[in-house]
Design a protein around this ligand. Structure first.
Ligand code: NAP
Length: 681
């Protein structure tokens, strides 16, 4: 009997007292290890995450957490060969392993860079604009997000033993919430290897990641029984398991956040315009064959339903079949092998059971569910299976309901774009759909019609193809998840995924209170005008609220005419008195908005070289009141947000700019964005 894998909980590797469930090499069928969590105190695991991991993470700023994710990605990249070696035992080819391992590392990197670029310096996430709630501006509202004080429990599926845990870890970690990883049985030995590398890196704070090498339930209890309203569960797996877990009494009683990424009958639609001989036809065929064979079709995003215009069914079947016939199947360690094994023989039996329902309903046009030619492997001891392509009647329910989680797809004919939109929806909610077309009208009708049933839709044409990431690849910047049968969850999606691990709170109060709470200056709070111009202050010396007031400066007709001539902007509102008078917005000639902004810069800058290194843009520029000839402008510039960069000798400063006229009315408002040097150390 092989050894039982250890869990990494409460800061150390812990052995289980149980005999455990076996895991098998997908190619040889040999036992590779066992899984058990008996003897692990589930209540203590959850408490450790909350008491040790949570506070340690919340001590760090978003940027510090982002730096750690980046460092972790680097560490895993250095050791990825070790992961590939173990991954081969899950049946994965090198290409499959890269999809899983490098894909997961890529998610860490994407979140690290988003964290640095899009999140503020501290650890409070301010969402949206300040909302005025009263007449005079002394009572305001602002949404803020703070990290939950619980643990993020991951329940993973077997098909992505590295990518799955990492795509869930990245947003939780960035939010400041510790993670408990529960792998799926068949491939848990690879997740254990990943966790070993994470632990050995010693990069993450104590308690930030725990790993259960086995079930959430043992003789001592069920982890879910110990969850609270501050905890979250992110489930990936089958729709039936999701349905069972989401109704766990503790989860419902305590409103524990539960998201599910479940199975999905994803479709890909060939546009009516994409006839044989077009680039789009070839793209469609290539994509379908690839989605069937990468990871031996064990991708939640793989194409299960291939909708094709009736007239093209034979051509598509012929072209896809020709491609599938060239795929060498067998031991993924053999470099000639293009498709490896399923995760295990149990999973193959499951696929065969589902295939039975599909073959009863349709016709097999490629492959044999019970026989396959393989190289360097024993087709029966290893979980090897031929790709199977079917065709059938699109009205048959089984094609829209039965997911064969392997290299299986069905080509289904359609006769009109409206019909295919309806067929797409019969999947009852999918993670992803694609339409391959060069016709914008087809793209628009399909996407807008099918979007309510999909989490992601790829429109593929000859233009996008060279850079397309493909039908089957969820992207960290974009939502991964889908409605209905696909689980109703939304993972990743950039900073949205981080926000999911935080509580959104509407804070109401005065401007000064909101400034103190958010660390971001709110209009109406105190401004500090000192003898030292704020542009002479280094990042560490600058304070939120530091202000410079410049002006007044009179705007003359000659200024406007000079500006018009110099820039070429002779728009009638500035140059043509009669036309300007006829426009109810102006009533007379007015100054250019860009002239106002330029004058404002002339009034607030401190010109000599100093800590302010560059102005890299403006945000939210609005021209609020026309500036007439003779008006006098005053600029009030106030430091609004200070964001040091950990890895640079400067940071970003956002300034509130308010240009007013002699009557005190705002004529323009905007944020000025600058880079400001830190003090030389
Ligand atoms: P599964 O049987 O539903 O198992 C998923 C996870 O749930 C495993 O970790 C499993 O643990 C655990 N689990 C099962 N029963 C449980 C219980 N009573 N309490 C706690 N945990 C429990 O799915 P799978 O066979 O691993 O994965 C294949 C399925 O996942 C496919 O249908 C596929 O479409 C779907 N999938 C979806 C996505 C997505 O992002 N939407 C991604 C990948 C896969 P054990 O292994 O220990 O039983």
């Amino acid at each position: 009997m092989t050894a039982v894998l250890q869990s990494h909980v409460q800061g150390r590797w812990q052995a289980s007292t149980g005999e455990g469930r076996p895991m098998f090499d997908a190619v040889t069928g040999d036992e590779v290890g066992r899984l058990a969590t008996d003897g692990i105190d589930m209540a203590a695991v959850a408490a450790y995450g909350r008491r040790t991991g949570g506070p340690a993470l919340r001590e760090l700023s978003f940027h510090q957490r982002a730096s750690l994710l980046k460092a972790l990605a680097g560490h895993l990249r250095e050791h990825r060969e070790e992961l590939y070696a173990v991954s081969a035992r899950t049946g994965a080819t090198l290409g499959d392993s890269k999809f899983d391992v490098d894909g997961g590392i890529g998610v860490l990197q994407a979140y690290a860079s988003k964290g640095k670029r899009e999140l503020p310096a501290g650890s409070v996430l301010v969402e949206g604009d300040v909302e005025p709630l009263g007449r005079t501006g002394v009572f305001l509202g602002q949404h803020v997000l703070t990290p939950l004080h619980g643990v993020a429990v991951q329940v993973n599926a077997y098909n992505f033993p590295c990518w799955g845990p990492l795509e869930k870890l990245a947003p939780a970690f960035l939010a400041g919430v510790p993670t408990i990883i529960k792998p799926a049985t068949p491939t848990a030995f690879l997740t254990a290897e990943l966790v070993r590398l994470i632990v050995e890196s010693e990069l993450l704070p104590e308690g930030a990641v725990q790993f259960l090498a086995g079930a959430l339930q043992n003789s001592g209890g069920d982890l879910f029984d110990h969850l609270t309203e501050q905890d979250l569960v992110s489930f990936t797996g089958s729709a039936s398991t999701a349905a069972r877990l989401r109704t766990h009494p503790t989860l419902t009683a305590r409103s524990v956040r539960f998201t599910a990424e479940a199975d999905s009958l994803n479709c890909s639609i060939l546009g009516p315009d994409a006839t044989p001989g077009t680039t789009e036809f070839d793209l469609y065929v290539q994509q379908l064959a690839t989605e069937m064979t990468v990871k031996a079709g064990q991708k939640c995003t793989a194409i299960r339903r291939a909708f094709v215009p009736s007239a093209q069914v034979d051509a598509v079947v012929e072209a896809v079949t020709a491609r599938l016939a060239t795929v060498t199947i067998g031991n993924p360690a053999n470099p000639d092998v293009r498709m490896g094994a399923l995760a295990g023989t149990e999973q193959r039996e499951e696929v065969r059971r589902s295939l039975k329902a599909l073959t009863d309903a349709g016709r097999v046009v490629f492959g044999d569910p019970d026989h396959v030619e393989v190289v360097d492997a024993d087709a029966e001891r290893g979980a090897l299976l031929s790709p199977v392509l079917l065709t059938g009647d699109p009205d048959t329910a089984a094609f829209h309901e039965v997911e064969a989680f392997g290299p299986v797809s069905t080509v289904l004919p359609y006769d009109s774009v409206d019909q295919v939109v309806g067929l797409a929806a019969r999947g009852q909610g999918s993670l992803v759909g694609s339409v391959v077309t060069a016709d914008p009208d087809v793209a628009r009708t399909v996407v807008l019609g099918a979007a309510p049933w999909h989490g992601r839709v790829l429109v593929l044409d000859a233009t996008a193809a060279p850079e397309s990431t493909g039908h089957g690849s969820p992207m960290p910047q974009l939502v991964h998840g889908g409605p209905g049968r696909a689980g109703g969850g939304e993972e990743m999606g950039g900073i949205r995924g981080v926000a999911h691990h935080m509580q959104r709170t509407a804070v109401q109060g005065s401007p000064a209170m909101l400034t103190a709470i958010t660390g971001r200056w709110v209009r109406g709070s105190e401004r500090t005008v000192t003898d030292v111009h704020p542009f002479r202050k280094h990042l560490e010396e600058l304070r939120i609220g530091d202000t410079v007031v410049g002006g007044p400066r009179r705007v003359t007709q000659s200024d406007v005419e000079q500006f018009a001539e110099f820039t070429g902007d002779t728009f009638y509102a500035h140059m043509d008195a009669a036309a300007a008078a006829a426009n109810t917005f102006f009533g007379e000639r007015v100054a250019h908005g860009y002239l106002v902004v330029s004058f404002a810069a002339g009034l607030f800058v401190d010109p000599a070289p100093g800590p302010v290194l560059a102005n890299f843009g403006v945000d939210s520029l609005r021209f609020l009141t026309p500036v007439k000839f003779g008006d006098e402008l005053t600029i009030t510039l106030t430091a609004k947000q200070i964001t040091p960069r950990d890895t640079a000798d400067y940071g970003e400063v956002r300034w509130d700019a308010d240009v007013t006229n002699a009557a005190g009315e705002s004529v323009a408002r905007y944020d000025v964005l600058t880079l400001v040097a830190k003090q030389a150390s």
